[in-house]
Design a protein around this ligand. Structure first.
Ligand code: NDP
Ligand code: MG
Ligand code: MG
Length: 337
């Protein structure tokens, strides 16, 4: 069984008198920084001048350049996009790291695929909330926490786990449970989950279902509701009660159709593809491709993003969601930050 840490296993004293530099103030950065501050931890923010800089100032933080923030920090949490971390680390973090400092991440990509190679005298720790930043903040304010993962890659001080658990407590994660893992396991399972199931798998399933109904002559609005909109309702049931809880709530007709048709739609071919996807994550093929894509200016990424945005499901969805008063208007037209 996995080792899970809760509040009693962690002591915030491990961060007493220390300064935590949160580098990056986006989804995770703003949430982790604000939660830590509310937990009594001294936090400074490291950034370049720009939108986030202004936001962090407005939120009452001491904001510095990355170099300045790292220079005074005992713990440096790297919360910039994964694709920029290696360059910023090499140029602005590494030269300023205090000896004996702890370097933290919320995703293992750059350490596991050796894009960042920290010196031996620093602790290297992963504390990853298993939820988007805005939820990490909201749930903390409500007195709960989003569950998290913790992993120690390098334990120079002998106290890496202790400091990691204190940090996890500071962001509220130990209220929900923090599972012990490794950088390898976190990185590979995170990439697999998002590619095969959560993002890639689900998006394609939705899109293929929508196209199948459209091609058969059904109205796009109906296809949208059946294949995309209702997904949330089903996922909420899964989240609360697992697959069985979901099946308990749906009609027996839906449940029978689930059993006899699900395996036909997502069958052996998908399982084989999942194994290939996993293998390419494990052997570094995917990481190499993504790193190269970024180095070459993201031509493929931008082309695929445009294709996705232009798909008919997005056109009909945009119209339909305008009539859904209960959906937050800001979320209807997401602006990529
Ligand atoms: P975001 O894209 O939301 O954060 C971007 C932040 O980094 C912004 O404040 C941006 O500032 C800053 N930034 C970008 N480039 C630079 C630079 N060159 N120098 C200084 N600051 C820079 O990232 P996320 O919060 O999504 O991800 C952060 C980490 O957390 C990643 O490792 C990710 O894998 C992990 N994670 C993310 C989750 C999520 O829900 N998003 C969940 C779990 C883990 P500016 O405004 O100036 O651009
Ligand atoms: Mg991920
Ligand atoms: Mg139905």
């Amino acid at each position: 069984m996995a080792k899970v840490y809760y509040g009693n296993d962690a002591n915030l004293d491990a961060l007493k008198g220390k300064t935590v530099a949160v580098v990056g103030y986006g989804s995770q950065g703003h949430a982790q920084a604000q939660n830590l501050r509310d937990s009594g931890v001294h936090v400074v923010i490291g950034l370049r001048r720009g939108r986030s800089w202004e936001q962090a100032k407005r939120d009452g933080f001491e904001v510095y350049t990355v170099e300045e923030a790292v220079k005074e920090a005992d713990v440096v949490q790297i919360l910039m996009p994964d694709e920029v971390q290696a360059n910023v680390y090499r140029e602005q973090v590494a030269p300023c790291l205090k000896p004996g400092a702890a370097l933290f991440f919320s995703h293992g990509f750059n350490i596991h695929f050796q894009q960042i190679n920290p010196p031996e005298d620093v602790d290297v720790v992963l504390v990853a909330p298993k939820g988007p930043g805005h939820l990490v903040r909201r749930v903390y304010e409500e007195g709960f926490g989003v569950p998290g993962l913790i992993a120690v890659h390098q334990n120079a001080s002998g106290k890496a786990l202790e400091i990691g658990l204190a940090y996890a407590k500071g962001i509220g994660a130990t209220r929900a449970g923090v599972i012990e893992t490794t950088f390898k396991e976190e990185t590979e399972t995170d990439l697999f989950g998002e590619q095969a199931v959560l993002c890639g798998g689900v998006s394609q399933l939705v899109q293929n279902g929508f196209e199948t109904l459209m091609e058969a002559g059904y109205q796009p609005e109906i296809a949208y509701f059946e294949c995309l909109h209702e997904l949330k309702l089903i996922v909420d049931l899964m989240y609360e009660g697992g697959l069985s809880g979901m099946r308990y709530s749906i009609s027996d007709t839906a449940e029978y159709g689930d059993y006899v048709s699900g395996k036909r739609v997502v069958g052996e071919a998908s399982r084989k593809a999942m194994k290939e996807v996993l293998k390419e994550i494990q052997d570094g093929t995917f990481a190499k491709r993504w790193i190269q894509e970024n180095e070459e200016g993201r031509r493929e990424f931008n082309r695929l993003a445009k294709e996705g945005q232009d798909h008919p499901i997005e056109q009909v969805g945009k119209k339909l969601r305008k009539t859904m008063a209960w959906i937050d208007k800001e979320q209807q037209e997401p602006v990529k930050q």
